[in-house]
Write a protein that binds this ligand. Structure first.
Ligand code: ADP
Length: 493
């Protein structure tokens, strides 16, 4: 018969053994010489050694070489009857992986109370370590950020305040923590907070919200806010994080740009007014001058010296009239007063008539590529103006002479016309601005007169017809100007 105390003791030992076996922590015991005497299943999982292979081995097989000195310290403490708690260190597994552990080590005594070894409980803290490291990294990012980063509860109570927030708003972390966020919101913008909290409570972020906040000294600063919900581990929205960027500089640049834009606009309007006024003033005397010169021309018989002088005067006055007409056109366009008179006409005939009027000079030769009739619905006077301008330019900018090729063709409901010369050409970096007002791309040493208005006017006319105009050119090789117009009538703008 067994004594009840013995039964009790056996039961207790069985219970303790099952606790050790089922523990999630590795539980190991060893002699004071470091020889392993027990090794539970969690130790098997953690270090990869089976109980059978490790019992009787020295504990150093799981200690990295650079930490062997720790064993000496541990044995020293345990031999003196002292426990070691939460000793954070690194051990290595059978496959050589390092494991971050927290160790608790206690002396093991025999029946006589003599210390004969140590028991060790090892807890894997790799995950906790990684989380702590990650948190440290994130905290460093927040602290070193140039943007103010603030967090608050859903009731608006400030829960964190980084260094940049201190710099931007002038409140120290201690000043700001646990205060209401209205601390930095101007009174006239308090309603924004309600909107922000509403969005956050619904789980939405608010991005690039440009507003005004206030510093400790009462200074209003323009800032751009990005606010996101803070979500707890169980998925609840518990607050908001706010990143605030000072946009004073951006706003100042924007304001300066607006100011400059308005200034340029005003100057440009003044310039348009000036051109409109002076051309108007010039038009009347030039018209009477032309009239008088025509009378004089009739007065002198055609072969006299005076008659030749008068003819030269008429030629120069015609040039002046053309220039003034261009300026008048320009003013009309700038003021949006260009009226189009639509008619159906033959584009081929229009171009042919223009070419007849600008008969080939001795050194230029027109080559026309077109056939039949191409009807188009557009303003013939305006389109003629464009063709004249392109033909005159082709002549003007090929001073050495050569062929000037004019092509007209129809494709998919559009009429195309191109004027190609083999003249001085235009360098690529100047081409983009060619159709701007008063823009000239010609070298002064060519000595070719002009005001830089013809292509601007041409582009306006073509675009008012819903068409396009473009140029291809190569310096010293020549240029090709091409425009496209829809054949059918387009709505007037
Ligand atoms: P303008 O001929 O009075 O200067 P335009 O507006 O007709 O004005 O032309 C603008 C500029 O484009 C010209 O000054 C010239 O530099 C360039 N250009 C126009 N047509 C040609 C061409 N066929 N070949 C070379 N350059 C040209």
């Amino acid at each position: 018969m067994r004594y009840p105390e013995i039964i009790l003791l056996e039961e207790k030992q069985a219970l303790l053994a099952s606790i050790v076996d089922s523990s999630e922590d590795a539980i190991i015991s060893k002699t004071l010489q470091g020889i392993i005497t027990s090794w539970n299943p969690a130790a098997e999982r953690m270090f990869g050694y089976k109980e059978a292979e490790i019992i009787g081995q020295h504990i150093s097989c799981i200690i990295p070489v650079d930490r062997l000195h720790e064993e000496e310290f541990i044995i020293g403490e345990v031999s003196n009857g002292r426990r070691i708690e939460h000793f954070e260190t690194i051990r290595k597994s059978k496959s050589g992986n390092e494991i971050a552990l927290s160790l608790s080590i206690s002396p093991v005594k025999n029946k006589d109370g003599q210390i004969i070894g140590a028991s060790k409980i090892a807890r894997d803290i790799s995950v906790y370590k990684k989380t702590a490291e990650k948190q440290d990294r994130l905290a460093a990012i927040v602290n070193n950020s140039d943007d103010a980063i603030i967090s608050k509860t859903l009731n608006g109570i400030i829960t964190s305040w980084n260094k940049a927030a201190e710099r931007l708003f002038g409140f120290s972390e201690a000043d700001a923590l646990n205060r209401h966020i209205s601390l930095i919101i101007p009174e006239d913008r308090l309603a924004e907070e309600e909107y922000i909290i509403n969005e956050i409570s619904m789980g939405n972020s608010v991005a690039h919200f440009e507003t005004i906040r206030m510093t400790k000294d009462g200074l209003r600063i323009p800032i751009s806010l990005t606010i996101s919900p803070i979500i707890s581990q169980d998925g609840k929205i518990i607050g908001a994080s706010k990143i605030a960027r000072d946009i004073s500089e951006k706003i100042a640049i924007q304001e300066e740009k607006e100011r400059l834009y308005n200034e340029v606009k005003l100057l440009s309007e003044k310039k348009d007014e000036f051109i409109a006024m002076t051309t108007h003033e010039l038009k009347t005397p030039i018209t009477s001058l032309s009239g008088f010169l025509q009378l004089l021309e009739m007065y002198y018989s055609s072969d006299t010296k005076n008659a030749s002088i008068v003819r030269r005067c008429i030629k120069q006055t015609d040039k002046l009239s053309l220039l003034i007409n261009d300026l008048l056109e320009f003013s009309k366009m700038r003021a949006g007063k260009l009226r189009l008179r639509y008619e159906t006409f033959d584009m081929v005939q229009l171009v042919t008539e223009v070419l007849e009027a600008y008969k080939e000079s001795e050194c230029h030769h027109f080559v026309v590529n077109t056939k039949g009739q191409i009807l188009i619905h557009a303003d013939p006077l305006r389109i003629e103006q464009v063709v004249v301008n392109l033909v005159i330019n082709a002549i003007k900018y090929s001073p050495a002479g050569g062929n000037i090729e004019i092509s007209i063709w129809e494709k998919e409901g559009n009429v195309f016309a191109s004027v190609k010369d083999y003249g001085i050409g235009i360098s690529q970096e100047l081409i983009d601005n060619l159709f701007s007002q008063f823009y000239r791309a010609v070298e002064p040493n060519y000595n070719i007169p002009g005001l830089g208005m013809g292509l601007y006017i041409s582009k306006q006319i073509i675009e008012r017809h819903n068409g396009t105009i473009n140029v291809k050119s190569e310096i010293s090789k020549g240029s090709t100007f091409e425009f496209m117009l829809p054949v059918s009538k387009v709505e007037e703008i």
